[in-house]
Write a protein that binds this ligand. Structure first.
Ligand SMILES: Cc1cc2nc3c(=O)[nH]c(=O)nc-3n(C[C@H](O)[C@H](O)[C@H](O)COP(=O)(O)OP(=O)(O)OC[C@H]3O[C@@H](n4cnc5c(N)ncnc54)[C@H](O)[C@@H]3O)c2cc1C
Length: 435
């Protein structure tokens, strides 16, 4: 990998997400050699992926080059590499660009979409976890409207304009709100020769309320905001199958829709060699102690979505969100330096700063530890927080200008089919393909 030997211990971080970047920043100018490996050369700000999928933002405004984050840090090396296996006995990694030894290893590989073993949904449904997936979804949404214009079959036209979003967490709620705004503000102008009032946005939630991780008042308000926008909120039903057009559920309800977005679960990305039943928990997370050390290892750590730190307030680990990942990265950064200096380690204590979700163009729900509020003010808070945590000054400016422009003009100008997405669906038993 062309990385020089150093007198400093080598810390390898796998993953330049929220956790990995926070850790790398903490290790800047410390007496360690840091090697950051990621299969992408950019950090992906996942909370705004739904805006890429719905043409509100270009992908380059929510992605940031990892090399730029590390610019000016001595003893830092980034390699664009996918880690394939960990050899814990030899302290060595196998990657798609070669092998590398570590003194300390930090796994910060995040999570991926969990289809819970449903192959049909995995094949025919859409995930929204990465930038390429969001671009696929953006293309598919736009292609379906183009296709809807061309067909004479009313059933097919409806199916092309129907959306089923599975999962009533923040991702599902935010996507449903954005699609509803598109239906209201953009489709009638873009497609005057299509009856876009027939487009349906269905949000399907298995549990008894949407936003189950937030307060009851946030759930109720978010549902009311969505319904006012014209979203059909279905609660207490589970999607069981999808053939590319027909969405089946565990009840008599079914939907004809050429777009199904699966936002109903994630599982940690675990690596070969670090997949022992001794420390692998539900959802593939790695069980760690309060110092982020993976069970049974002193020199291997896990942070973020991939780590499960069980404690009294969090018996199943911390929520798979950006804040725990950032705070864990910062804590581990301090602890690694302390460990190398032979000092006592500081146990991790999570400071819950709250959670929030936006619904449509000017409403949000916010749960802070001491206050809960909803509506337009909550939306301003949501905007400020997202701009604050977005990496890169340019990205903040571009996103802010886009938001102001979209708000004033009721527009989303990134509705471009740059890279067409081909998807099969069935009409009267015959296979068809989107444009
Ligand atoms: C659509 C969506 C919306 C979200 N909204 C919110 C929100 O509003 N608020 C919130 O707090 N959280 C939100 N989250 C969750 C949040 O993004 C994650 O909890 C957070 O990104 C976890 O950080 P992480 O560092 O553990 O992993 P990630 O940020 O996922 O980073 C993991 C990194 O590891 C790399 N990687 C993985 N495997 C390998 C490998 N084998 N080799 C090399 N590199 C590898 C990946 O390329 C990636 O860069 C959202 C997530 C999604 C998908």
């Amino acid at each position: 990998m062309n990385i020089p030997q150093s007198s400093f211990p080598r810390v390898i971080i796998i993953g330049g997400g929220f956790g990995g970047i926070a850790l790398a920043k903490k290790l800047a100018k410390k007496d360690v050699q840091v090697v950051l490996l990621d299969k992408h050369n950019y950090h992906n700000f996942q909370p705004l992926l739904y805006q890429v999928s719905t043409g509100g933002l270009e992908p380059d405004s929510i992605a940031y080059p990892i090399r730029k984050v590390l610019q000016g840090y001595p003893n830092f090396y980034f390699r664009l590499a996918e880690v394939l296996e960990v050899d814990t006995s030899m302290r060595r990694l196998q990657t798609n660009i070669g092998e590398i030894q570590y003194d300390y290893l930090v796994v910060a590989t995040g999570s991926r979409t969990n289809f819970f073993g449903n192959k049909n949904i995995a094949e025919k449904g859409m995930a929204m976890k990465t930038i390429p997936q969001s671009l696929n979804l953006r293309s598919l949404i736009l292609e379906n409207f183009e296709q809807a214009l061309l067909t004479d079959d009313l059933h097919e036209r409806d199916a092309l304009m129907n959306f089923v979003i599975v999962g009533g967490g923040p991702t599902g709620v935010e996507l449903a709100g954005a699609l509803a705004e598109i239906k209201k503000g953009i489709l009638p102008k873009d497609y005057p020769d299509l009856d876009t009032r027939r487009a349906q946005i269905n949000l399907v939630q298995g549990g008894s309320r949407i936003l189950p991780a937030m307060s009851a008042v946030a759930s109720t308000k978010a549902e009311r905001f969505l319904e006012r926008l014209g979203v059909n909120v279905w609660k207490g039903i589970r999607v069981t199958d999808y053939d590319g057009k027909l969405v089946s559920t565990n009840t008599d309800t079914s939907f004809e829709a050429c777009t199904l977005v699966w936002a109903a679960g994630v599982q940690a990305v675990c690596l070969d060699g670090l997949d022992s039943k001794d420390f692998l928990c539900r959802g593939n997370r790695l069980r760690v102690n309060e110092f982020h050390q993976v069970d049974g290892f002193e020199e291997i750590f896990a942070i973020g979505d991939v780590a499960q730190m069980e404690s009294e307030p969090y018996p199943h680990g911390h929520p798979m969100m950006a804040q725990p990942a950032i705070q864990q990265g910062q804590n581990l950064g301090e602890n690694l330096v302390r460990m190398i200096e032979g000092k006592d380690l500081k146990p991790f204590i999570y400071r819950d700063k709250g959670s929030m979700a936006t619904v449509g163009r000017n409403k949000a729900v916010v749960d802070l530890p001491r206050f809960k509020f909803q509506g337009v003010f909550a939306w301003f808070v949501w905007m400020f927080v997202h701009l604050y945590f977005l990496i890169g000054f340019r990205n903040r400016v571009v996103v802010f200008i886009n938001w102001v422009y979209n708000y004033i003009r009721f527009d989303r100008e990134a509705r471009l089919i740059i890279r067409p997405f081909k998807k099969q669906y069935q009409v009267n038993g015959k296979d068809k393909v989107t444009i």
